[in-house]
Every structure is written in structure tokens, then in C-alpha cells.
Design a protein around this ligand. Structure first.
Ligand SMILES: [Zn+2]
Length: 140
């Protein structure tokens, strides 16, 4: 690799590390504003790397059995109408696409104990949990 390219990459990594929160917030906002672009990029990536994606999914399921079960269970319960997904984030109150946040971890007794959060609030909540209860939510 030419030296200037290596230097530029190092600078980019440094800027990313310094502004990680900002970059991620921008990325999430962009995804929310342009879901079709994100979907298109995702499905093209899947088309090119099907085996890799499926292998990663299998490994995730095996490694995080409890998480996978929790996400599957909530999804299925919403699908069959056993729980109703609200329309507004329980933290910031904005009307957005919501995710169930397992704020007490993924153990069987708390698997249905969820808070409905928008993606930015969920990212922040998970980060806070990782600091406070690292044993509940190991870093990815
Ligand atoms: Zn929110």
C-alpha cells in the first residue's frame, strides 16, 4: 500500500474513533430516511455473500442462543398479536420504527420484560447497559 493511502486510512480511522457516536447517529438517521437504499444495499450484499451471511447467522444463533430465542419470541408474539407494539418510543416519545429492548437481559424470567425503543434510543440504552451490566450484555 502506498504510504499516502496508508496515512489517509489511518487518519480516517482516527476521525472515526473520535466521532464514532456522530457517525453512527448519521448512519441510523440515513437508514431511517432512506430505507429503500439500505434495503437495496443489504440485498445486493446478501446476493454476493450468501454463504458468508448464512454462516454468520448460524454462528450468532449458536453463540447467543438466549438472545436469538428472545428476539424470535418477541417477533412471533407481535406477529400473532399476543403483544401490541406501540407506535411511539418509550424513551423519547418520537413516532419511529421500534425495537424491543431487553433491559433486564435475556434470561427466561425476563424474556418478556421489554421496553419499546427507537433505534437511536436502543443503541444508547445498550451502550449504557454494557457499562453497567457487562455480564448481561457482552460486547459484540
Ligand atoms: Zn427514542
Amino acid at each position: 500500500m502506498p504510504e499516502d493511502v496508508a496515512k489517509r486510512n489511518a487518519n480516517r480511522r482516527k476521525r472515526y474513533a473520535e466521532n464514532r457516536e456522530k457517525f453512527l447517529a448519521y448512519l441510523h438517521k440515513y437508514r431511517e430516511l432512506h430505507p429503500e437504499v439500505h434495503q437495496d444495499i443489504s440485498s445486493r450484499y446478501y446476493g454476493r455473500n450468501r454463504a458468508k451471511v448464512l454462516k454468520r447467522t448460524r454462528e450468532y444463533k449458536k453463540f447467543h442462543k438466549d438472545r436469538h430465542y428472545a428476539h424470535f419470541l418477541i417477533g412471533a408474539m407481535v406477529y400473532f398479536g399476543l403483544i401490541v407494539k406501540p407506535t411511539h418510543c418509550e424513551n423519547c416519545g418520537k413516532e419511529r420504527r421500534l425495537q424491543g429492548h431487553h433491559h433486564k437481559g435475556y434470561s427466561k424470567e425476563y424474556v418478556l420484560d421489554i421496553v419499546w425503543l427507537c433505534v437511536p434510543c436502543h443503541v444508547k440504552a445498550d451502550a449504557a447497559m454494557r457499562d453497567v451490566l457487562p455480564e448481561l450484555l457482552p460486547a459484540l
